[in-house]
Design a protein around this ligand. Structure first.
Ligand SMILES: Nc1ncnc2c1ncn2[C@@H]1O[C@H](COP(=O)(O)OP(=O)(O)O)[C@@H](O)[C@H]1O
Ligand SMILES: [Mg+2]
Length: 320
């Protein structure tokens, strides 16, 4: 397996500030690399360099063996890009958007129609195919955006925060579509702020913070570096999440992180479990699940950076 993407010493500044500050990166053909980092870490800047939208200040970037500066046109032929913000035309229907792209890529009328229908089916958009995109939910838009980036069967795909702003169900849908791409052998560079997303999808994870790589490895390797265990509590009523965190913090000596209806926090001993359960019981908080697991990527990020990743999943406009 060769490398599909290779970055060496990449530096890119905006107005004298280094957004990317010396990044080396390699993605093997057919694998999924998760580029994980909080807002402002430099993820989009790296994607923009790799997709030839901006040029590096220093260092080199190769995609499919082509230099992104010298061979930019060749690079564009083999990549697909799905950005953080949907790039499809709101006024056109889903089918029209895909047909337009297919025609721009040089497919004939029949070929374009076949490819569009194939993708609409694969992305569960056939029912909505003839409706203008402005009537689509957030999850449907994102699926169409991903479909649009795949019209030309790219060997290498950049997914820049593909699920930011989606509700949990739409996220899962997109995750399974990315899983299918892996099976087809597509190389994927996926950026995310969501540790569970990197955990679920990526073969290897690179953790980026303030323009620099602070850790890399498989999810298991990263978790091993932190060691220890993490206590997790799933509460029945999300409205009581803060109360639950307040009850747990004095026992474990740290404020738990919250996501959806789950709290988690690193612990050094299993002895805290009964105490935590009792405290939640006394506070009248109903617990759905409570237990210990090996450290999560959230714990890893906190340990590596000294600050928590932005884990608040923005709730979606799905159905809105
Ligand atoms: N067009 C731009 N002009 C000025 N600063 C920018 C621009 N794009 C990004 N930046 C800055 O570069 C840094 C990295 O941004 P970005 O690559 O978008 O991070 P991420 O995608 O990880 O959130 C941030 O500090 C951001 O404010
Ligand atoms: Mg970004």
């Amino acid at each position: 397996m060769g490398s599909a993407i290779r970055l060496q010493g990449l530096v890119r500044s905006y107005n004298g500030t280094r957004a990317v500050d010396g990044v080396d990166l390699e993605v093997l053909s057919g694998s999924i690399l998760g580029l994980l980092g909080p807002n402002g870490a430099g993820k989009t800047t790296i994607v923009r360099v790799l997709s030839t939208l901006i040029t590096p200040d220093a260092g080199t970037a190769e995609v499919g063996g082509f230099d992104v500066v010298r061979d930019a046109a060749r690079v564009r032929e083999i990549i697909g890009l799905t950005g953080q913000y949907a790039s499809v035309d709101e006024k056109l229907t889903g089918r029209e958007n895909l047909l337009l792209i297919a025609r721009l890529l040089g497919l004939g009328r029949g070929g374009a129609r076949r490819r569009a229908d194939e993708l609409l089916g694969q992305f569960h958009l056939l029912d909505a195919a003839n409706r203008p995109v402005q009537t689509y939910s957030g999850g449907m838009r994102r699926r169409l955006d991903l479909a649009a980036s795949l019209v030309g069967n790219p060997a290498i795909l950049f997914l820049d925060e593909p699920t930011t702003g989606l509700d949990p169900r739409a996220r899962r849908d997109l995750w399974s579509l990315v899983g299918e791409l892996r099976e087809q052998g597509t190389t994927v560079l996926l950026t995310t702020q969501y540790l569970d997303e990197a955990d679920a999808l990526a073969d290897r994870i690179v953790v980026l913070d303030r323009g620099r790589i602070i850790a890399e490895g498989t999810s298991a390797e990263l978790k091993e570096r932190v060691g220890g265990r993490s206590l997790f509590v799933v509460v029945a009523d999300t409205a009581r999440l803060d109360d639950a965190a307040g009850a747990i913090a004095p026992i474990v000596g740290e404020h738990p992180q919250a996501r959806d209806n789950t709290l988690s926090v690193a612990v050094t001993s299993s002895a805290v479990v009964p105490t935590v359960l009792r405290a939640l019981d006394q506070a009248g908080i109903e617990v759905v699940e409570l237990g210990l697991r090996t450290a999560s990527l959230d714990d890893v990020f906190l340990a590596l950076t000294g600050h928590a990743a932005e884990v608040t999943s923005e709730t979606a406009e799905e159905g809105a």
